[in-house]
Design a protein around this ligand. Structure first.
Ligand SMILES: *Cc1c(COP(=O)(O)O)cnc(C)c1O
Ligand code: SF4
Length: 375
């Protein structure tokens, strides 16, 4: 992997290029404020025709688009199938709704006792603290909500969520999600996490964030100093492809790990992006090299506008089978599906128990050899 400056720096975008030479590039506020959106003309920057650029704009009117200059700089301009491009640049296929698509596939609304709080599992809740993200992923399962200016998350709403947690002693694990919680400022995060940490029955606080991937500049020492006050605090990142590892993102992960924050990673299995054993293995190895434990490999869900990313479950199982036994056990994520209709997450396998009777069990190992064990 190249350790050079990010490739694909954009010729005509003088502003962006100049910024790489000064402090602005490493300032997350600059990254955030200079995001490319549906308003920008991407034709020259991506080396595409006007017609395609217009299509992008039309899609961005339906599902929001924002790309940090940093993440944009990882796009390889000459490759229409560039994995970074596919994840952040709108594609007309997003508007082809498939019959399997659902508005709210996880039935999150049903399990929301309050707006922004989802209580689906007995001992843990998900609290939405913002609907904004640093960059919007084209494969996002919360696509219908993220970036929606019409839905407002207020501090008052968040406080109501925290009160709910306080009133429910069975909640021992609180997952801050969004949107991306780390687009919030240090002070707000300090306040929110501080309030949750003050609840005696909350054992673990978790943050789900894609910031280390799309805006690693956000991981400042000042942020890390806020977070490490509230241990045990876990962070789950969202790396999907080996090219997302750069000196910047690796440094961000190192800062978090050095602060004693256990790091996990959730990957979405994405067609033409990471749906091969070779790519997935490279990704998993980069994660563990950076002290990030692969957590879940999600089967791409059934939200509207993401069906072009979905592989079959069989393909997912085959990839898992190509990994289990062939690399370190702690580099293996669990392949899961969030069952459409709100069933929750279930592991998908693959299956290594080939036969199970009252007297014996047949196990097939990673090399395909069967072993009979008397039970
Ligand atoms: C995924 C999820 C969680 C956390 O589940 P884990 O399997 O513990 O990581 C909690 N609440 C909701 C609504 C979720 O979707
Ligand atoms: S960062 Fe997370 S919530 Fe935001 S668009 Fe990407 S997947 Fe969705």
């Amino acid at each position: 992997m190249s350790k050079d400056k990010p490739k694909g720096m954009i010729k005509d975008a003088n502003k962006l290029q100049d910024a790489t030479n000064n402090a602005a590039w490493s300032d997350w506020h600059w990254q955030f404020n200079n995001r490319l959106s549906g308003k920008n003309d991407l034709s020259a920057r991506l080396g595409i025709g006007k017609k395609l650029a217009e299509e992008i704009k039309r899609v961005a009117e339906v599902f929001p688009m924002a790309i940090t200059p940093y993440y944009f700089s990882l796009i390889s301009k000459n490759d229409p199938q560039c994995p970074v491009r596919l994840q952040c640049v709108p594609n007309f296929a997003e508007l082809n709704f498939s019959p399997a698509d659902m508005e709210d596939p996880l039935n999150e609304d049903k399990y929301s006792p309050l707006p922004g709080l989802i209580h689906r599992y007995p001992d843990r809740v998900l609290l939405t603290v913002t609907l904004e993200c640093a960059s919007y992923c084209r494969h996002c399962s919360r696509k219908r909500k993220v970036g929606d200016q019409a839905i407002k998350i207020t501090m008052d709403g968040i406080c109501k969520g925290i009160e709910y947690i306080r009133d429910h002693p069975q909640i021992r694990d609180v997952l801050l999600s969004g949107g991306d919680p780390l687009v919030l400022g240090d002070e707000i995060l300090d306040k929110i996490i501080g309030e949750i940490r003050a609840i005696s029955h909350v054992e673990v606080i978790r943050i789900g964030t894609r910031v280390p991937v799309v805006m690693p500049q956000r991981i400042t020492m000042s942020l890390v100093n806020v977070l490490k006050k509230y241990h045990p605090l876990w962070i789950n990142t969202h790396f999907n492809h080996p090219v997302e590892f750069t000196p910047e993102s690796e440094q961000a992960l190192a800062k978090l790990a050095d602060a004693g924050i256990p790091l996990g990673n959730q990957t979405v299995l994405l067609k033409a992006i990471n749906d091969s054993v070779a790519t997935m293995k490279k990704l998993l190895h980069l994660l563990v090299k950076n002290r990030v434990r692969p957590y879940y490999l999600y089967h791409c869900d059934y939200s509207r506008g993401v069906s072009h990313f979905r592989t079959s479950i069989r393909e997912g199982l085959e990839i898992q089978q190509g990994l289990i036994g062939f690399t370190s056990g702690f580099a293996l994520p669990l392949y899961v599906m969030d069952i459409p209709g709100g069933g929750g997450k279930v592991p998908l396998g693959p299956e290594y128990i080939k036969k199970y009777t009252d007297s014996e069990i047949v196990l097939r190992n990673f090399e395909g050899v069967d072993y009979i064990i008397k039970d």
